[in-house]
Design a protein around this ligand. Structure first.
Ligand code: HEM
Length: 413
C-alpha cells in the first residue's frame, strides 16, 4: 500500500484540470532534438500525466531509473495493453499476439524458442551480405552523382533488403508491405479503419508466407521458426509465427532506417564529432552507441499498464493506468550520463536504453548494430566530402508517427 506522502495521479504532480494535460507525443524542436519539456519534467515532475493521440490519459515516466523500472518490473504489463477497453496510444487497438505483447511465462517460452534460431551466429553470417548490399547501394549513389537523398539511396533499402533476406521474404513484394508497415506505427493522421486494414493485409501476407515456407523450406529464419513449430508439436503456434514475422518486418522497416538517417544527420551537423569518427574509425562501435543514445528513432510509445497500484518517484500510479516510459528522456538524464545533452562520440560506459531493457530488450539489436556500423563506416570511408545539400531546417519531417527522423536527407560530396 502506498504511504501518505505519495501523490495520487490527480494531486500536485498532475495538472489542475483536464485541459492542462499536455498532448503526447510532444512537438520536437528539430528532427534530432527531443522536446525541452522532458528536461523540465525530469526535475519537477518525473511522473506526469499526458493525453495520448487516442484521447486516453497516461503517466509519462522520464527519469533513467524510473524508465528502467517500468521496462523491467513485471507489475508493468505489455499484455494488459491488448485487453478490451485498455487505454491505448493510437487510432486502432494493437491487440495482436506478438512477442512484444506477451508477459511471462508466455513471453519467456516464445522468446527462448526464437533466440535458439535468431543467434549471434546468424547475424555474423549476414555481415558479408550487409557489406555487399552497402557497397552496391553506394556504387549506385556515386554513379548518380550529387545531390542524392541518402534515405532512398541507403538508409531505407539496406535494412529492408536485409530483413527480407533474413526472413526469406521475396524482395519483389516490398512495395506491398512498406505501406502496411508504416500504418502499423501510425499514432495519428490515419483513420482507424485504414490502420486496421493494413494490419489485416500484413497478417494475411505473413500467413501466406508461413504456408509457403512450410511447403518449401529454405535456409532463412522464418523457415527455421516454422520448423520449430512443426517438429516440436505446435510450440510456436501459427499466430505466434505470423506475428513474429510481422514484428521483425515492421522493425526492419522503421527503426534501423531512421537510425541510419539520424546518425548521418547528427554527424553532418556536428563537424567536430564527424572529424573525431573519421580520425578513429576503429572506435566506430562506440560512436554508434552514442548516436543511439542521443538520437534514437523509436523512443516513444512503449506503453505499459500497471497491474497493481505502484509508487514511482513519489507518485501513485493506480492499477489499470497507462504508463509511458520515455527512452529518449532517460538517455538524457544527468543522473546517469555526465553532460547528458552533449553529443560525444568518445563517450564510454554508455548504458543507454534505446534498445529497451529487461525481458523485451530488442531482439534485433545485434543485427541493427551490425547494419549501423557497416553502413556508417563504409559511407564515411567512401565519401570524405559528405555534407548536407540543404539547410537542416528544410529537411522534411513526417508527423503522426511513433518513429522519428527525416523522410529525406539530401547530401552532396
Ligand atoms: C536501431 C534499430 C532498432 C531500435 C532502436 C530498436 C528498439 C527496440 C526497443 C526499444 C524495443 C523494446 C520495446 C519495448 O520494450 O516496448 C525493441 C523490441 C524488439 N525489437 Fe527492436 N529495435 C531496432 C531494430 C530491430 C530489428 C532490426 C529487429 C528485427 C530483427 C527488431 C526486432 C524487435 C523485436 C521482435 C522486439 C520485441 C522483443 C520482445 O518483446 O521480446 N528490432 N526494439
Amino acid at each position: 500500500m502506498a504511504d501518505q506522502n505519495v501523490q495520487s495521479a490527480a494531486t500536485p504532480n498532475s495538472p489542475e484540470t483536464a485541459a492542462d494535460i499536455p498532448d503526447y507525443p510532444f512537438e520536437r524542436p528539430s528532427a534530432l532534438e527531443p522536446c525541452p519539456h522532458y528536461a523540465k519534467m525530469r526535475k519537477t515532475a518525473p511522473v506526469g500525466q499526458v493525453r495520448m493521440p487516442s484521447g486516453d490519459l497516461a503517466h509519462l515516466v522520464t527519469s533513467y531509473e524510473d524508465v528502467r523500472t517500468v521496462l523491467s518490473d513485471p507489475r508493468f504489463s505489455r499484455n494488459a495493453t491488448t485487453r478490451p477497453g485498455a487505454p491505448r496510444l493510437g487510432p486502432a487497438p494493437q491487440n495482436f499476439p506478438s512477442l512484444l505483447n506477451m508477459d511471462a511465462p508466455e513471453h519467456t517460452r516464445v522468446r527462448k524458442l526464437v533466440s535458439r534460431e535468431f543467434t549471434a551466429r546468424r547475424v555474423n553470417q549476414l555481415r558479408p551480405r550487409i557489406q555487399e548490399h552497402t557497397d552496391r547501394l553506394l556504387d549506385a549513389m556515386e554513379e548518380a552523382g550529387p545531390p542524392t537523398d541518402l534515405i532512398s539511396a541507403l538508409a531505407f533499402p539496406l535494412p529492408v533488403t536485409i530483413i527480407c533476406e533474413l526472413l526469406g521474404v521475396p524482395f519483389e513484394d516490398r512495395e506491398r508491405f512498406a505501406g502496411w508497415s508504416a500504418a502499423f506505427l501510425a499514432t495519428a493522421g490515419l483513420p482507424a479503419d485504414q490502420v486496421l486494414a493494413s494490419q489485416i493485409a500484413l497478417r494475411d501476407y505473413l500467413a501466406g508466407l508461413v504456408a509457403a515456407k512450410r511447403a518449401n523450406p529454405g535456409t532463412d529464419l522464418l523457415s527455421a521458426l516454422v520448423a520449430i513449430h512443426d517438429t516440436d508439436d505446435g510450440r510456436l503456434s501459427e499466430p505466434e509465427l505470423i506475428f513474429l514475422g510481422i514484428s521483425m518486418l515492421v522493425a526492419g522497416h522503421e527503426t534501423t532506417v531512421n537510425q541510419i538517417g539520424n546518425s548521418v544527420l547528427a554527424l553532418l551537423t556536428h563537424p567536430e564529432q564527424l572529424a573525431a569518427v573519421r580520425r578513429a574509425p576503429e572506435h566506430l562501435g562506440r560512436a554508434t552507441e552514442e548516436m543511439l543514445r542521443m538520437y534514437p528513432p523509436g523512443d516513444e510509445g512503449l506503453l505499459r499498464i500497471a497491474l497493481e497500484d505502484v509508487e514511482l518517484a513519489g507518485t501513485l500510479i493506480p492499477a489499470g493506468s497507462a504508463v509511458l516510459p520515455s527512452l529518449g528522456s532517460a538517455n538524457r538524464d544527468v543522473c546517469q550520463f555526465a553532460d547528458a545533452d552533449s553529443f560525444d562520440v568518445s563517450r564510454e560506459n554508455n548504458a543507454h536504453l534505446s534498445f529497451g531493457q529487461g525481458a523485451h530488450y530488442c531482439l534485433g539489436s545485434g543485427l541493427a548494430r551490425a547494419e549501423l556500423e557497416i553502413a556508417l563506416g563504409t559511407l564515411l570511408k567512401r565519401f570524405p566530402g559528405l555534407r548536407l545539400a540543404v539547410p537542416e531546417e528544410e529537411l522534411p519531417r513526417p508527423s503522426g508517427r511513433l518513429v522519428h527522423g527525416v523522410s529525406e536527407l539530401p547530401v552532396a560530396w
